[in-house]
Ligand binder design. Structure first.
Ligand code: TXA
Ligand code: MG
Length: 347
């Protein structure tokens, strides 16, 4: 299959493909999504096949308007309305109990709930409106790779397997949406995945604090966010987190070079300036030390060092305080590094 590259002027043609049951990757403010008609079971099945995604991992339903959620949900909780009003369109996904049989089990993974989001990207909102149906949209990467933040990343992973990609340039946030579970009335709202919308921002809107459900999923129980049980990204080169302090960086680089390792550094420009030696290969996450800026290129950096063209054998990556927006960055970096910090003894 030829994978066509679309831009803003081709939305009608791309929508036509969606209506025919084909797959179109779309840009959002978080990462690129792999779109299919959420009401067409055969089309949704193709999404799992193209990504190589386990079929019990449910998909987010992308809408162009909050009012579209009503078609699937018996009664919209007040808290969902408040959050949508405050953050939609935007990087927040809401999990709600759905009306039986309102969505195919292929979309929900057989759960009694579903995830909804209105993305904040003009071409994609136009695509959903032109298609006339909500779109499922998992991140448009091959399962096990970092989420794509450019059309090139999508092309790299999925060309030949999908009908087209709408190129909206690099995504604004670079990390997937915050996922909030609103389906358990007794427990109250829970953050299942940290993202650009922070716990403090959510609390400011709903008037109560919302915990991040950090608990590590074990084999025997059904995970809250089914996707959390799969190792999201297993880089071909080991990645180690380094504490911000310069001494840790210098020790890590010196140790690795002594071992004959080819070192890759994934860090902000100010850090690279201080710690990179001549033999290090580097990827600058950002010009400044702001976590929001660094997040935008985190996945691109992980992909960069995963390519055979960069022949590094070990990657050291910059950490940020695990709070606010930093929770989203650290959550993804912890997964990529298998939670490992550099320490000579651990290696
Ligand atoms: O920013 C985003 O959310 C991007 C863009 C494209 O919108 N999409 C995205 O989709 O990251 P995906 O499929 O890669 O991640 C969705 C996560 C998965 O971990 C999935 O298991 C979880 O949400 N999820 C979906 N439906 C759920 C449900 N009913 N209950 C619990 N978790 C659910
Ligand atoms: Mg994903």
């Amino acid at each position: 299959m030829e994978t066509k590259l679309y831009t803003s002027v081709d939305i009608q043609e791309a929508a036509q493909k969606i209506k025919q049951g084909d797959l179109i990757a779309f840009p959002t403010e978080t990462v690129y999504g792999l779109g299919a008609d959420a009401t067409n079971e055969a089309a949704v099945q193709k999404v799992y096949a193209a990504k190589g995604r386990p079929s019990d991992n449910p998909l987010i339903v992308h809408v162009a308007n909050f009012s579209e959620v009503a078609a699937f949900v018996e009664e919209i909780p007040g808290v969902a309305e408040k959050l949508a009003q405050a953050f939609w369109p935007g990087p927040l996904t809401l999990i709600l109990p759905i009306r039986a049989d309102s969505l195919s089990a292929v979309v929900t993974g057989g759960l009694a709930t579903a995830a909804f989001r209105q993305p904040n990207q003009a071409d994609t909102l136009a695509l959903i409106r032109a298609a006339g149906v909500p779109l499922v949209g998992p991140s448009a990467n091959t399962s096990g790779k970092p989420s794509p933040t450019t059309a090139e990343h999508v092309y790299h992973d999925l060309h030949g397997k999908i009908a087209g990609i709408i190129d909206g340039g690099p995504t604004a946030f670079g990390l997937e949406s915050t996922v909030v579970d609103l389906s358990d009335v007794e427990k109250g709202p829970l953050i299942l995945r940290p993202g650009a919308v922070t716990p403090a921002e959510i609390q400011a809107v709903i008037g109560e604090s919302v915990p991040f459900d950090q608990h590590v999923v074990n084999e025997a129980e059904t995970p809250k966010a089914p996707g959390m049980k799969y190792q999201h990204y297993a880089p071909s080169v080991p990645v180690y987190m380094i504490d911000a302090d310069q001494q840790n960086w210098s020790q890590a680089v010196a140790w690795a070079e002594q071992q004959g390792e080819k070192v890759g550094l994934l860090a902000t420009a100010p850090t690279l300036e201080k710690v990179a030696t001549k033999s290090c290969q580097t990827f600058a996450l950002s010009a400044t030390e702001h976590v929001q800026e660094a997040s935008q290129k985190l996945f691109a950096g992980l992909r960069y060092f995963d390519e055979p063209a960069t022949d590094v054998t070990i990657v050291f990556a910059e950490t940020f305080p695990n709070e606010g927006f930093g929770m989203a960055y650290m959550n993804r970096l912890q997964k990529a590094s298998g939670h490992r910090f550099f320490s000579e003894k651990n290696l």
